[in-house]
Design a protein around this ligand. Sequence first.
Ligand code: 3PG
Length: 210
Amino acid sequence: MSAATAVLGRVRVLPVVSLTDAALARPLAEALLAGGLPIAEITLRTPAGLAAIAAAAAVPGFTVAAGTVLTAEQVDACVDAGAGMIVSPGLDDAVVARAQERGAAAVPGVATATEVQRALAAGCTDLKLFPAGLLGGPDLIRALGAPFPQVRFVPSGGVSAATAPDYAALPNVLAVSGSWMVPADAVASDPARITALAREAVAAVSALVP
Ligand code: 3PG
């Protein structure tokens, strides 16, 4: 198990954030850390994404998962910037292979049993389920657990503070993921609110030992 995966398995919450300004990354990481969340997925959906990954990864004790990683070249750039985990919305064999070569945890996205099988063939057992809410939510994860007991899911997309505990209570959920604890206005100007939301999210899932 990679160091990043171990962190995720311990806190069981993965905030997903897209930053328009890399200068927000360090205060965001510090605010999350203060709330007991030493990890975040920072996506490449904005031009500032890569610089934000580097800035957050430089914060002592903070682990960065790079998100929306779509190419092997992006894997290299994110690992070079300090990311310990490579997350994608879907499954791309070249992305997975490069992450494995570079020693980063590969967490590709899946939406069907066929994609789970392909991810297993690529050597991945920690899988993002995206978009989890639309695909069937906790019931789908329960159903996929029967044929794939070795898989640990990271449901993301449509997960909320209200539904996170339903996912986190499942034994085959590694961590719940989403943007509910990192709203853009608070990321931009209210670090105390980020800390409070992080603390609430961690408390909501840590009570549930699967
Ligand atoms: C992701 O990439 O996982 C999602 O964009 C997070 O989805 P949410 O905004 O619905 O939580």
